[in-house]
Design a binder for this molecule. Structure first.
Ligand code: GLU
Ligand code: ZN
Length: 880
């Protein structure tokens, strides 16, 4: 496979002003006619170089240049390109190709899912549809005609507005769509199927009426209201917060069952994984409801951050993704609990993105090389990219950030631009120099920030010393200092925030400040500090770094109670838990008796007993750091010790806190019983505390807890309570009850694919012994198929990613199993195969015996035959 470098970027030789497509859909093939109105790029010389169109897996039937039929002597064909020599600066190419969506299992380009035709063109899927300049800086006006069997495919959709339709002989019909906005091919979409829709309206800022439609298979029509509500909220929020209005007369979302990612922002016609659209109380959890809201918002927000202004090349992917994730995170924070949203995002980032940043695939937010761009739809591009945007927001403040965003959209509307262009707009609007800040785009790796303190009682000064560093990552051994915004406060002995005055300032201002750490070593001195304060550092997680400060456990307990920053109260609890768990891990490794520090019990008891606290916060604080996070922060991860220590702590907490947990559980369950399901923050909060309490309580194995679990399982009216009860049973020693519940669940929901995904996941994640055998048996279940990415993720992905003790079985059988699946999937769906691989690439985290077993499986994959570029890149880089 070939590596592509950012430094090799060149503007396109030719442009495509207009693209006219006609699709004739049949059961055993599809014909694609493309008329491309092209011209030499006027920015370049007048010479006419060879034109090289991208095209893969296309059967060329006919091609003309300005109405002249070309013969094989006029062009060259390879498995990835069609090249020919234009003779004039402006010309029209007409081509007809035959493709096979009906056998497309890679789910890239045009494919069939549950009997409907749909597309996924980002990043490079359009070249599997027709010969084209498949690059984001070639933007064109599209007209699309779709023709198909009227009965099988009554609904025919593409981007933009419908302009004509009609019937054909042979029971066929057609529809033509026109998209008035120029767009790159990756935003093209087509859908044909037997779909129903829910329709609504939205009136924009400037009083234009927009038709909103969500298309689903008929049996799912009762599960779209939540997505529609989310869409309307998103449209309003983007007008209010960013001044962005929708620009077509119609906005459509289509749900499909087989989809590699979450969803896709095609202009005017978003295509979604059904798991990110369908939600109703009986079938979707609270988390699923929140994900639907977030993904609907994310894709909608792309209409500006991605579509109106797009990426020049795929190295700039975070330009649209980092920005849009930041936008959707702020939207979710405004719709629900801001602190809880931040806690969830940070926990996710630190567990998964930090691991990626420390692994063989580490890359900067703006990478400078790739083999297969599909491998770069990563946590770094999305989540760290969003953190970079958040830091710009923090450094500029809300007003200047908005000015910068307005300038960016105004300056670049209709263009394909770079991350530098974005930062430039932010600089120009704010007057703030972001030159050094831009290292966040170019340097990979998670910076470390070590902080120490010095209090001088006589001078009444308090100094914080910061030392930053960043570990080497592939291709980058030395890093320059980052700009790290550190939001902080200083607490006095009663827990109040002190007024903050830095040396050299005339007066104190504020009690929470943002310091910019820009040097490798840097100190800040606060004056007028009468007593030794306790610092609250990196409030709201103001930068994606690993911060260390030598807090002792009593200080962490103090911060848990008093910090005015909600995020840092949670963070203090996490740090306390990490210290306690690491102590237990050490005891386990030395073969000593495990002894839980009672301070953790005391701290959690006081949270449980305080009825005034936000219940969602209490639930978050009761959640111990996960095994994957404990792995990430270990030098050498000891799988059994991590699992053993964490389970021991949970067991001890369950027993010591039985009374308050039982009380909170019963009180909340009572309210849940008497309240119809509502997908709102306060209700999420109640159920989350209720459910985490139940999962602790079951560890005691008391009969009244079993009875309560069965009652909740059977009598609840929503999937959040039902699935928790099922998960609790699945992880319990009550074998008969577990079997009965699993069977009843599958019987009841066997026709609902998304619910069955959860049924698979709950079992895949069970840490009881025999996990691999259970997963292998479940692969034989009639509801399972390797062809559906959601199923693969729900069963195999959940097993390898979440069930660490079972996946990392010392005999290597988990690794062998995963490698087998990767080898099979490599031929079916390279993107999914490559993503499934991630756990094996982390072999450096483990002791020698496991390293050898994991590497052997990677080598076996490498030797297994013809590998897709996707799998080859990840395997070869992780063995390098
Ligand atoms: N652009 C999509 C999104 O993040 C994902 C790309 C894909 O599906 O390949 O919204
Ligand atoms: Zn996106």
């Amino acid at each position: 496979s070939k590596t592509i470098y950012l430094k090799d970027y060149r503007a396109p030789d030719y442009l495509i002003d207009e693209t006219h497509l006609t699709f004739e859909l049949f059961e055993d093939h599809t014909l694609v006619h493309a008329q491309l109105v092209m011209r030499r790029n006027p920015e370049l010389s007048a010479e006419l170089p060879v034109l090289s169109l991208d095209g893969q897996q296309l059967e060329l039937l006919r091609i003309t240049l300005d109405d002249r039929e070309l013969t094989a002597a006029d062009y060259q064909l390879s498995d990835s390109h069609l090249t020919l020599q234009p003779t004039q600066a402006s010309f029209v190419i007409d081509s007809t190709v035959r493709i096979h969506p009906e056998s497309n299992t890679a789910l890239e380009g045009l494919y069939k899912s549950s009997g409907m035709f749909c597309t996924q063109c980002e990043a490079e899927g359009f070249r599997k549809i027709t010969y084209y300049l498949d690059r984001p800086d070639v933007m064109s006006k599209f007209t699309t005609t779709v023709s198909g069997d009227k009965q099988k495919y009554p609904i025919l959709l593409s981007n933009g507005n419908p302009i004509a339709s009609g019937s054909e002989e042979g029971g066929r019909h057609w529809a033509t769509w026109e998209d008035p906005f120029k767009k790159p091919a990756y935003l093209f979409a087509l859908v044909a199927g037997d779909l129903w829709c829910v329709e609504d309206k939205f009136t924009t800022l400037s009083s234009r009426e927009v038709t909103l439609r969500i298309y689903v298979e008929p049996e799912n029509i009762d599960k779209v209201q939540h997505a529609m509500d989310s869409l309307k909220k998103s449209m309003k929020w983007d007008e209010e917060v960013y001044g962005r209005e929708y620009d077509l007369d119609i906005f459509m979302i289509v749900a499909v069952n087989d989809f590699n990612m979450g969803a896709m922002e095609n202009k005017g016609l978003n295509i979604f994984n059904s798991s990110c659209v369908l939600a109703r109380a009986e079938t979707a959890t609270d988390a699923a409801h929140q994900r639907v809201e977030a993904v609907v918002a994310h894709e909608y927000f792309h209409n500006w951050s991605g579509n109106r202004v797009t990426c020049r090349d795929w190295f700039q992917l975070s330009l649209k993704e980092g920005f849009t994730v930041f936008r959707d995170a702020e939207f979710s924070a405004d719709m629900n609990s801001r602190t809880v949203k931040r806690i969830e995002d940070v926990a996710y980032l630190r567990t998964h993105q930090f691991a990626e940043d420390a692994g063989p695939m580490a890359h900067p937010v703006r990478p400078d090389a790739y083999m297969e761009i599909s491998n770069f739809y990563t946590l770094t591009i999305y989540e760290k990219g969003s953190e970079v945007l958040r830091m710009i927001h923090t450094l500029l403040g809300n007003q200047a950030f908005r000015k910068g965003s307005d300038l960016y959209f105004e300056r670049h509307d209709g263009q394909a631009v770079t991350c530098d262009d974005f930062v430039k707009a932010m600089e120009d609007a704010s007057g703030i120099d972001l030159t050094q800040f831009k290292r966040w785009y170019t340097q990979a790796g998670t910076p470390r920030l070590a902080v120490s303190e010095a209090f001088d009682a006589t001078a009444r000064t308090y100094t914080l010393n910061f030392t930053q560093s960043c570990p080497a990552t592939p291709g980058q051994s030395d890093k320059l200092p980052f700009v790290i915004p550190v939001e902080l406060g200083l607490l006095d002995a009663r827990g109040n925030d002190l007024p903050l005055r830095l040396q050299g300032e005339a007066a104190a201002s504020g009690t929470s400040r943002v310091l910019s750490v820009t040097e490798a070593q840097q100190s800040f001195t606060f004056v007028d500090i009468a007593e030794q304060p306790l610092p609250s550092l990196l409030r709201g997680f103001s930068a994606p770094v690993k911060l260390s400060f030598p807090y002792d456990r009593d200080q962490l307990m103090f911060l848990m109670q008093h910090d005015s920053d909600g995020f840092n109260r949670w963070e203090a609890g996490q740090q306390l838990s990490v210290q306690v768990l690491q102590e237990l891990i050490g005891q386990q490794q030395r073969g000593e008796a495990l002894v839980l520090d009672q301070r953790l019990v005391t701290a959690l008891r006081s949270l449980l007993q305080d009825g005034r606290l936000d219940q969602a916060m209490v639930a978050e604080m009761l959640s111990l750091p996960g095994e994957a996070y404990l792995t990430e922060i270990s030098e050498v991860a000891d799988v059994e010790a991590i699992h053993g220590a964490r389970e021991f702590a949970r067991q001890q907490l369950a027993e010591a806190l039985f009374e308050p947990l039982w009380q909170r559980y019963q009180a909340n369950r009572e309210v849940s019983k008497g309240t119809p399901y509502v997908a709102e923050a306060e209700h999420f909060a109640r159920r989350s505390l209720q459910n985490i309490a139940l999962s602790y309580l079951m560890l005691t194995g008391k009969p009244e807890v079993l009875a309560a679990t069965l009652e909740q399982y059977e009598a609840c009216d929503n999937m959040t309570e039902r699935l928790t009860a099922l998960a609790v049973l699945v992880n319990s020693p009550f074998e008969a009850e577990r079997g009965k519940a699993l069977e009843a669940f599958a019987e009841h929901f066997k026709d609902n694919a998304l619910v069955m995904d959860q049924w698979f996941s709950v079992q895949a994640a069970s840490t009881l012994p025999g996990g691999l055998q259970r997963v292998q048996a479940l692969m034989q279940h009639p509801a399972f198929t390797l062809k559906n990415p959601n199923k693969v993720r729900a069963l195999i992905g959940a097993f390898a990613g979440q069930n660490l003790v079972n996946f990392h079985l010392a005999d290597g059988s988990g690794y062998r199993f995963l490698a087998d699946q990767v080898i099979t999937l490599n031929a079916l769906n390279p993107q999914i195969a490559s993503r499934l691989l991630a756990p094996l690439t982390r072999w450096r985290k483990y002791a020698a015996a496991r390293q050898a077993l994991m590497k052997a499986e990677l080598e076996r994959i490498l030797a297994s035959g013809e590998l897709s570029a996707d799998v080859y890149e990840v395997v070869s880089k992780s063995l390098a």
